[in-house]
Design a binder for this molecule. Structure first.
Ligand code: BYC
Length: 327
């Protein structure tokens, strides 16, 4: 359908015509643009998912930023700084994508600060050692890629477009994590042990990033019918496990999951039940670092107030001067 045809049917039409076009676009696996009519529930679920995704990128800077001053060399420090900065950029693309749905960034940020919006469970765990920075890059960014590559085809076009760039950057992030672990795993006995301990701690929480099991995932079915999510939480988790087991072997490390073994019949790795009680606690705000993460975010928000005020004042003056010139 051409843009002109689309705008005739999408803008200013009644709900029935809008609904019909929306359904046709979804059935054709086409994309929904911000100016298209969309059901209120579709808009709501997208604002929820995209804003939570944005919050995760912003909070996710904290565990890694913790190691910028202690990175073992200047090269490692500059790589880590660039990575953390990329995460801020991802947050900004995603807030912008969510704003096209009609919710302001201020509102979304306020929901995070109020504790009414979630962010990814994984960022409530501490980064205790330098090897944790490797584990975050390899496993956390690795899980993010597996989850996010299908989101490049999300039916809501601004979200899908943001994800394309984010996924490219995440691939670099994953490789830098892998490289940190590779060096440690091939270093001294103590370094190898530090790498092994890091992946022991991050394995379960990284698998939980994909969300609750399908039988306990209230949003999945509808999101898949709307082509927002392309695969279920369990399918993506399985894909991730199948990917990381041989990678761990290549590193010379292993996962301490006694149930982890190749299942010839299924053509996949079986793995042990995750601790879903812990997951529920973490997403309720009772994770090991939940309080610290939110305190830090609130403090940073307060510290940045003068920058937001100055930027708003500048925009007012600049736009005022611009419109005076063009008058
Ligand atoms: N943590 O019905 P379900 C990164 C919530 S950042 C917390 O399956 P859905 C990086 C879920 O929100 C990557 N909460 O939900 C950054 C829902 O609660 P509400 C972050 C979780 O949406 C910096 C409830 O549980 N990635 O890579 O269909 C440095 C029921 O779940 C989690 C994204 O945000 C969780 N893990 O599926 C380094 C990806 N899982 O909202 C790296 C985008 C579930 O109803 N998001 N919940 O109150 C998604 O793909 C989907 O939203 C999810 C959940 C797969 C996460």
């Amino acid at each position: 359908m051409t843009t002109a045809e689309r705008s005739l049917t999408s803008v200013g039409e009644d709900d029935a015509a809008g609904q019909k076009l929306f359904e046709e676009l979804i059935a054709a696996d086409s994309r929904i643009e911000p100016t298209d009519w969309m059901p209120a529930a579709y808009r709501k679920t997208l604002v929820r998912q995209v804003s939570q995704h944005a919050h995760s990128e912003i909070i996710g800077m904290q565990p890694e930023a913790n190691w910028i001053t202690r990175a073992p060399s200047l090269k490692r420090k500059s790589i880590l700084m660039a990575k953390v900065q990329d995460e801020a950029g991802h947050g900004l693309y995603l807030y912008s994508a969510a704003e096209t749905l009609g919710t302001s960034r201020d509102e979304m940020v306020q929901q995070l600060l109020d504790g009414t919006a979630k962010y990814s469970s994984i960022f409530n765990y501490p980064a205790r050692t330098w090897a944790d920075i490797g584990a975050i890059g390899w496993l956390v960014d690795g899980a993010a890629i597996v989850n996010q590559v299908p989101l490049c085809r999300a039916s809501y076009a601004p979200y899908g477009r943001a994800m394309v760039r984010i996924c490219k950057e995440e691939s670099f992030h994953q490789r830098q994590g892998w490289e940190i672990l590779y060096e440690l795993a091939h270093g001294t006995e103590a370094q190898k042990q530090m790498a092994q301990e890091a992946i022991n701690r991050f394995y379960g929480p990284a698998l939980q990033m994909f969300g609750p099991p399908d039988t306990d995932s209230p949003n999945s079915q509808q999101s898949m019918e709307w082509n927002i999510k392309r695969f279920s939480n369990d399918d993506l988790r399985q894909r991730f496990v199948d990917m990381i087991v041989p990678q761990a072997e290549a590193l010379g490390l292993h996962f301490e999951d006694p149930d982890l073994k190749w299942n010839e019949e299924r053509g996949h790795y079986d793995f042990g039940e995750l601790d879903w009680d812990e997951f529920k606690q973490v997403i309720k705000g009772e994770g090991p670092c939940s309080v610290q993460r939110m305190q830090r975010r609130r403090q940073a928000h307060e510290d940045g107030a003068w920058v937001r005020e100055a930027a708003a004042e500048f925009a007012k003056k600049y736009h005022g001067a611009e419109s005076a010139l063009s008058a």
